[in-house]
Design a protein around this ligand. Structure first.
Ligand SMILES: Cc1cc2nc3c(=O)[nH]c(=O)nc-3n(C[C@H](O)[C@H](O)[C@H](O)COP(=O)(O)O)c2cc1C
Length: 174
């Protein structure tokens, strides 16, 4: 990992790391892979569950990225990224992009997006973004992206809850 070191957590009041993980891990979330290119054109990417829509007008989303992530510097430098929303069955992709492998993209089919950012093939949806704003918050940086283009397909989303992957299921009507 590269980039800035995390601030010394002892200077803050708050939950312990273990309690933080227990509490926030109780929020069921979707799973995304944030992709980008570094200034030399090499693909970069990491698994991210901290993703949310922010604004409709203009269309903004946010992702929270660990300040030690090697992908963060690439996004800050090129000011473009994509959010690939995974579908059920793509746990292996989530694990691969959560690893520290030097070759996360090897053998992973990708398309070239409109912003020249790699898009993972076969996902539930994607959003291509220009970097709109960055906000440092503790040991993470909030990246706000202006969504330039996106698309979806019919599929069941991959979910993550209490350190386990799952698949979203609709409550039957009635
Ligand atoms: C389900 C799941 C969700 C994750 N969510 C985030 C996240 O929201 N933000 C983040 O910075 N890292 C998150 N991670 C960890 C990163 O994917 C991991 O640290 C990755 O190795 C960073 O890669 P990089 O240093 O090449 O950018 C998550 C990992 C998993 C398995």
């Amino acid at each position: 990992m590269t980039g800035a070191s995390a601030p010394n957590s002892t200077q803050f009041k708050g939950l312990t790391a273990a309690a933080f993980r227990r509490v926030m891990g109780s929020l069921p979330v979707g799973v995304t892979v944030v992709t980008a290119r570094d200034p030399n054109g090499a693909p970069k990417g990491l698994t991210v569950s901290a993703c949310s829509s922010v604004s409709m007008d203009p269309p903004l989303l946010l992702v929270c990225i660990d300040r030690r992530s090697s992908s963060l510097e690439a996004i800050k430098a090129t000011r473009r990224f994509a959010v690939n929303i995974l579908r059920a069955g793509q746990e292996a992709l989530a694990a691969r992009f959560a690893s520290r492998s030097e070759d996360k993209f090897g053998g992973v089919p990708c398309l070239r997006g409109r912003l020249d950012v790699p898009l993972l093939e076969g996902t539930l949806a994607y959003a291509e973004c220009e970097l709109f704003r960055t906000i440092d918050a503790g040991d993470h940086t909030i990246l706000i992206g202006l969504i330039i283009h996106g698309d979806t397909r019919d599929a069941v989303p991959l979910t993550y809850f209490r350190r386990q992957y799952g698949a979203w299921a609709a409550t039957p009507p009635g």
